[in-house]
Structures are given as structure tokens and as C-alpha cells.
Ligand binder design. Structure first.
Ligand code: HEC
Length: 136
């Protein structure tokens, strides 16, 4: 009986220390993790972005191609008819800017031609971002 209590206490201690280590472990995702996030993001992209955006640089659709968009200046693609709002925004598509855009593009930029998509879940935003980063 006493041994069981000691064992239980040891398990609790191990669980707690593993929990305390979790944030550090999450800080740097493994290559496999990045691949998994990009696959999940591809599913999100198919459902939420593909109707207007190509993931092929040669194809412009109703929206501009998003290949290489991470780190690019807003409204930078030649030959795409961007709104005045996006052209004059001075935005650079950092990761933070892309997440904010997915969450609430129409509030950030009144006058954009992209209709509101409203992806507010942080994990879904991360998946889509991982997919956009994987596009070459
Ligand atoms: C209903 C069509 C539509 C959907 C759905 C849509 N977009 Fe857009 N998107 C557009 C249009 C149109 C523009 C150009 C906006 C402008 O000129 O103001 C745009 C512009 C953008 C830009 C700016 C690109 C640049 O070159 O500056 C990003 C980034 C973007 N969309 C991301 C996304 C993501 C991510 C999704 C899916 C979560 C998505 N969009 C879903 C139509 C759409």
C-alpha cells in the first residue's frame, strides 16, 4: 500500500515536470512537425482560399497567387489588379500580418477586394501559414 503511494507520487512528479518542459519543447517544431502542419494547412487552403487563390505562380485567379507571399510586400505581383487600399497600404506580409489578415482582413483594410474570411483559430492560422511557407 505504501509503495503504491510512493509510486503515485513519482508519477505525479514526472507528469508535472514533463508539463513544465512542454513550452520549451514546443518552441522549435521538428521538420516532421512542419511537414504535418503544412499538410494540415493544405487542407485548410483547399477549403478556405483555393476558390480565389492559386498556389501556382503562373496562375492568377480571382485573387493573386500566394506563392512566395510570406515576407513579400503587399500588392507586389505584376499584372494583378489590386485594390487601391492594398496598393497604398505599405504592408509587408510578415507572419503576424498574415495571421491578422486571415482573422479579419476587411476590418484591417477597408476597401480591400478580398471578402472577409474570418479564420480566428490560432492553430488553423499556423497551419495555413506553414502551407504558404512550403510553397515554392
Ligand atoms: C472570395 C475570394 C477570396 C478568398 C476566399 C480568399 N482571398 Fe485572399 N484575396 C482575394 C482578393 C480579390 C485579393 C486582392 C485584394 C485587394 O486587391 O484588395 C486577395 C489578397 C490576398 C492577399 C494579399 C496578397 C498580395 O499579393 O498582397 C493575401 C495574403 C491573401 N489574399 C490571403 C488569403 C488566404 C490565406 C486565404 C484563405 C484563408 C484567402 N486569401 C482567401 C480573394 C480571396
Amino acid at each position: 500500500m505504501k509503495r503504491n503511494i510512493v509510486l503515485a507520487a513519482a508519477i505525479v512528479a514526472i507528469t508535472l515536470s514533463a508539463g513544465a518542459m512542454a513550452p520549451a519543447a514546443r518552441a522549435e517544431m521538428s521538420e516532421t512537425g512542419k511537414l504535418a502542419a503544412a499538410k494540415a494547412g493544405q487542407i485548410m487552403f483547399e477549403h478556405r482560399c483555393r476558390s480565389c487563390h492559386a498556389d501556382d505562380p503562373a496562375k492568377q485567379a480571382y485573387g493573386p497567387s500566394l506563392v512566395g507571399v510570406v515576407g513579400r510586400k503587399a500588392a507586389a505581383l505584376e499584372g494583378f489588379n489590386y485594390s487601391e487600399a492594398l496598393k497604398s497600404s505599405g504592408l509587408v506580409w510578415t507572419e503576424a500580418a498574415l495571421k491578422a489578415w486571415m482573422a479579419d482582413n476587411t476590418s484591417i483594410m477597408p476597401g480591400t477586394r478580398m471578402r472577409h474570411v474570418g479564420i480566428t483559430d490560432a492553430a488553423e492560422q499556423d497551419f495555413i501559414l506553414a502551407y504558404l511557407k512550403s510553397l515554392k
